[in-house]
Design a protein around this ligand. Structure first.
Ligand code: ADP
Ligand code: ZN
Length: 723
């Protein structure tokens, strides 16, 4: 009998597959997950292609597939998706596959051991033993550690009682990863507009083919409630659903809401899931035992058995872009995955990305609009505070008018949020006597003063040092002053301005675990704080019933950076953060402190005129050929020495194939010219919209000089960040 050969893709930084011989004991088919020898070790890979033609003379040197793992095969749609993402992002196929194979390690089945009361009382009795027997006298099964914990004894006491025959062990089956949600558990009464949108979504899901729908509704309009109807419909059709969230911090409140609507919590997928839970979730998703997964972008690469719907919540969120390894945009790739699977996808946002709005306006995406807040709540009233005319006193950051508004909110027993998208105490530390600024030794960046931690920290490489006693340059003592505000400095000011107020600072560097963050967000929701001072961490998605006032301390912060999406990002972020106000009771107010109240972004925020913003922004993009009217790619060349790096970037630029429609800009020093001790030069590639930019880049890089030594080239198709 002829031996079979298969091409196996392994999760390493390679595009090509390896051929292996299939031992007689088992047959393999594409998608099967196998263990194969790879160099000196074994790797888990996936049979990628049908039986390869037997290549005479080659198969003798071929190694055998070692093992077929006991998982369902990766489905053809997922394999095509891997190929697609790899082609598009120019990332090695093996690295994309790797994202699908994060199944963790289940290890040998380690069932939990439980104990319950058995036979006669033991001969030897101690107080500890008596407590255990007392606890278990109810006849229930507890795990060993539960029994020990509840009785307040060590594990040794439990083991002793087992040895003496007073307790017996039983195997406790593991909790299922998630129980079946009930689509009819708690259906809300919809307003007319909501009901119409929900009806449209149900038909979309029931139809089941590929389509993209934008659910565009103001903050608090019930987008979530409405797309839950689509989720319910998918569950009724026995299909799996993926709900993508930009940040895992957002999932806590969401899981509870989901449970309120469907009776059970969905399965969760993100980087902080413990390995064993991960393994069980992965397997359950592959086996079709889980019907709804809520997850971060990596959940897109799970091996769903029967995916029927994808929802991308807060679709505009920049956190959907993965900026290292495989650089992909999870929203865009989710649309691709839906197309490969031929299923509907929903994009939800109160401030959709310009790309999505253009697609909706062109009729490529269906568009559902929810123009009003649920329950007759008004959108907040937004006002600008012109810092040129009514700014705070020197060295202060809260203007008198904003302070007054906070006082009124506190008098009313309502909450206030002061928003400043800057971690730490101050972005710059300067010597008062010689003007020396504390900078990172590895990066072209200032060190940020983090007073809570008593360190000066680089936000780019993590370098940190204690605040110096004296100026390293002029040796003046105690001469350093903080320049500009961060959330920690704002807290100091708020504590002075509003004595007695309970203040919480929420910033990603101050919460070390997701659990802790969830707790703090919940404390805010429960009204345990009066003033919240936060970075963008608090801007998104949260529902704080008592919050009616939002003050944006520096409305100009995001507008200054030279990124093509600066205006869009600022509009989205500020609109979202102001939208936290007045969601439940009472009128919400937003104050924007700004030096440029006439800026179109600020004007659109004040007028609550989203369309004005989108119209203006779309016009600019169209004129300049920026996405979505043109395409961009970034080639970042970095290296340990400046001239070598720049020279290499120039050589790459010189190798660019000539093309009428493509413009190669640069190389130019990146705005962050040095990071982690590496010099950075960027090439930007601009092309028309319907151009195969990935193909162009591939042809180019095939002939461009390869990076050697410390040099490195990072390709980013559809870049989101330009620093
Ligand atoms: P969005 O996602 O658009 O910000 P949500 O779906 O979070 O809006 O809804 C805002 C609030 O209003 C939530 O507390 C939600 O439970 C409530 N809500 C929205 N629609 C309804 C409804 N039809 N019945 C009851 N509560 C609703
Ligand atoms: Zn640094």
């Amino acid at each position: 009998m002829a031996k079979q050969f298969v091409d196996v893709l392994v999760p390493v930084a390679l595009d090509q597959t390896y051929s292996y011989r299939v031992p007689d004991e088992f047959a393999l088919r594409p998608g099967d997950i196998v263990s194969v020898p790879l160099g000196a070790r074994d790797a888990v890979g996936v049979v990628w292609a049908d039986e390869v033609a037997i290549r005479p003379g080659l198969h003798n040197r071929m190694k055998d597939v070692e093992l077929k793992l006991d998982y369902p095969p990766l489905r053809p749609e997922l394999r095509k998706f891997v190929d697609w993402v790899s082609e598009y992002t120019l990332s090695p196929r093996g690295m994309v596959l790797r994202m699908c194979l994060r199944m963790g390690d289940l290890g040998p089945a380690r069932d939990k051991v439980g104990v319950r009361l058995a036979g006669p009382k033991p001969q030897r009795m101690t107080a500890a033993r008596a407590r255990v027997l007392q606890l278990l006298s109810d006849g229930l099964v507890r795990t060993k550690s539960e029994a020990a914990h509840e009785a307040g004894v060590s594990a040794g006491v439990i083991n002793g009682l087992i040895d003496d025959g007073a307790l017996e062990t039983v195997v406790v089956p593991p909790e299922p990863v998630a129980r079946q949600p009930d689509p009819g558990h708690q259906v809300p009464e919809f307003t007319a507009a909501q009901a119409k949108a929900a009806g449209a979504l149900r038909s979309t899901v029931a139809a089941g083919n590929f389509s993209v729908t934008l659910i565009d509704g103001v903050t608090g309009s019930g987008k979530t409630e409405v797309y839950f109807e689509a989720v319910a419909e998918a569950i009724r059709c026995s299909k799996q659903v993926l709900i993508l969230m930009p940040e895992i911090a957002l999932t806590a409140q969401f899981m509870d809401r989901f449970a309120g609507r469907f009776g059970v919590r969905p399965a969760e997928w993100h980087s902080e899931i413990a390995p064993r839970k991960r393994a069980r979730t992965w397997s359950a998703v592959a086996a079709g035992e889980v019907s709804v997964v809520v997850g971060a972008r990596s959940a897109l690469f799970l091996p769903y058995a029967n995916l029927g719907l994808i929802v991308v919540d807060e679709e505009h969120d920049p956190a959907y872009k993965q900026e290292d390894g495989v650089r992909y945009h999870a929203r865009d790739m989710a649309v691709v995955r839906s197309r490969e699977n031929q299923i509907p996808i929903l994009l939800a946002s109160a401030t959709p990305s310009v790309e999505t709005v253009v697609n909706a306006r062109r009729g490529r995406y269906a568009h559902l609009h929810l123009p009003e807040r649920f329950g007759g709540q008004h959108l907040p009233l937004v006002e600008a505070i012109d810092l040129r005319r009514e700014g705070p006193p020197r060295g202060r950051f809260v203007s008198p008018r904003l302070a007054e508004a906070v006082r009124i909110a506190l008098d009313r027993k309502e909450q206030a949020l002061l928003f400043l998208n800057r971690r730490g105490f101050a972005p710059l530390t300067l010597c008062n006597s010689c003007g020396h600024r504390m900078a990172c030794p590895n990066c072209d960046a200032w060190l940020v003063d983090h007073r809570f931690k008593r360190r000066l920290v680089c936000h780019h490489c993590g370098y940190s040092m204690p605040p110096p006693e004296e100026c390293p340059k002029c040796h003046a003592k105690g001469s350093f002053v903080a320049v500009g505000p961060g959330v920690e400095r704002l807290e100091q000011e708020a504590a002075e301005l509003f004595p007695g107020a309970r203040i919480l600072v929420l910033s990603s560097d101050l919460v070390d675990t997701v659990e802790r963050l969830r707790q703090e967000l919940d404390d805010v929701a429960q009204g345990r704080f009066d003033i919240v001072i936060g970075t963008q961490l608090v801007a998104k998605g949260h529902h704080f019933p008592k919050l009616n006032l939002v003050g944006v301390v520096d409305g100009d912060l995001g507008l200054a950076n030279g990124d093509p999406r600066a205006a869009e990002r600022t509009f989205q972020l500020l609109h979202q953060v102001v939208g936290r106000a007045g969601r439940e009771e009472g009128r919400g107010y937003g104050y924007l402190q700004t030096h440029q109240p006439e800026h179109p972004v600020i004007r659109a925020l004040i007028a609550q005129d989203r369309d004005a913003f989108y119209n203006a922004e779309i016009e600019v993009r169209e004129k300049t050929g920026y996405p979505p009217f043109g395409r961009l790619a970034s080639l970042l060349v970095s290296g340990g020495d400046k001239h070598g790096t720049e020279a290499h970037a120039r050589k790459i630029a010189a190798a660019a194939p000539l093309h009428d429609n493509v413009r190669v800009l640069g190389p130019a020093e990146a705005p962050l010219a040095v990071m982690r001790g590496r010099y950075r030069f960027r090439l930007l590639v601009k092309s028309p919209r319907n151009f195969d930019l990935s193909g162009y880049l591939r042809d180019w890089l095939a002939v461009a000089p390869k990076a050697k030594g410390t040099l490195k080239l990072e390709v980013d198709v559809d870049p989101q960040s330009f620093f």
